[in-house]
Design a protein around this ligand. Structure first.
Ligand SMILES: *[C@@H]1O[C@H](CO)[C@@H](O)[C@H](O)[C@H]1NC(C)=O
Length: 317
């Protein structure tokens, strides 16, 4: 791909400066228990923690209808050393900011025989580089919608559904067991899903099948603060180099992704966020035989992000 190093550098800077989310640094007590990922209150039954992350339960005083599920935190113990953990379960009856750590997390901070330690902790972007996933609950159908987000690198605050190609988005409500539900469903078994992070980053996954117990892997995770990810689907003939043009606006249809003739592409790019209503071109070199570009319908948040991440998915011919 022919993207300038300036773009790459600013993207890296955005990632680095976005690493710590929020300003509060809660302190509280930490204990440990047997640990429960699959059966924990966040219902991460399909998930395996990456090796870079320990697991922890968080106090029900902080629970907020599972809003903390999947969040990553840096925890510093009494000896000054730190671990990184994902919140995967609830600790009933624990005090405010109390962490009930998985055993290996606790033993990395202190002798297990101590039992209870004082810790400080803060939210961080998860050290996850693989894409986020969407997990349909058992029992879903066109008439009952229930989906959770797994492996996201930031806290997820909303999940919306479109059945009209992204023109309009319909709400779901997060349940205390960490699924986003709509009790009447959306009347169809194939939907577009928009996931928004605590920082306003957006990932859109098109054509998600509403199939019980299924897991769909997106093409990306939340890349940096204030970023919009546009995932495309549609087909264009090969080969060589092409330009994808992206129109940014705050109107309901925006942004619209178009392409010049003869594109064949596969790749992703960070580009400087243009002014709303303007267009910018993304040049991509293709390696596969065909490429798909469809309009994606996501207004740029206001204020516009500094960096926009554009992905173009290659499809087999
Ligand atoms: C389900 O979607 C409809 C249509 O957008 C919305 O009016 C309703 O509030 C949603 N229900 C829940 C529980 O989120």
């Amino acid at each position: 791909m022919r993207f300038s190093t300036a773009f790459a550098a600013s993207a890296i800077f955005a990632l680095a400066s976005g690493a710590v989310i929020g300003k509060r640094a809660p302190s509280g007590e930490a204990t440990y228990y047997g640990g429960n990922l699959a059966g924990g209150a966040c219902s991460f039954s399909t998930y395996t923690l990456p090796s870079s992350l320990f697991g922890t339960a968080l106090s029900d005083s902080n629970w907020d209808d599972a809003a903390e599920c999947g969040a990553c935190i840096s925890v510093t113990g009494p000896n000054g050393n730190s671990i990184t953990a994902m919140i995967v379960d609830e600790c009933p009856g624990c005090g405010l900011n109390h962490l009930d750590l998985f055993p290996n997390a606790f033993s990395t901070l202190a002798e297990p025989s101590i039992g209870v330690i004082d810790v400080t902790w803060d939210y961080i972007t998860c050290p996850i580089t693989t894409p986020l996933q969407l997990h349909n609950k058992d029992g879903v159908s066109a008439y009952w919608f229930s989906m959770q987000v797994v492996n996201a690198n930031k806290r997820v605050t909303s999940l919306e559904v479109s059945t009209d190609g992204g023109k309009t988005w319909q709400q779901t409500t997060r349940q205390s067991y960490n699924f986003f539900e709509n009790s009447s469903g959306f009347g169809t078994s194939s939907v577009d899903v928009k996931v928004t992070s605590v920082d306003g980053d957006v990932v859109i996954v098109n054509d998600v099948q509403v199939t019980p117990d299924s897991v769909v892997t997106a093409s990306a995770n939340f890349p940096s603060s204030g970023t919009v990810i546009i995932t495309t689907t549609a087909v264009i003939p090969p080969p060589s180099t092409t330009t994808a043009e992206v129109l940014f606006s705050t109107s309901p249809e925006a942004p619209v992704l178009t392409s010049t003739p003869t594109p064949t592409t596969s790749g992703a790019a960070f580009v400087q966020a243009p002014a709303q209503g303007s267009t910018t071109s993304v040049e991509v070199v293709i390696t596969t035989s065909s490429v798909a570009i469809t309009p994606a319908a996501t207004p740029i948040p206001s204020p516009a992000p500094e960096i926009v991440y554009v992905t173009i998915d290659a499809c087999p011919a």
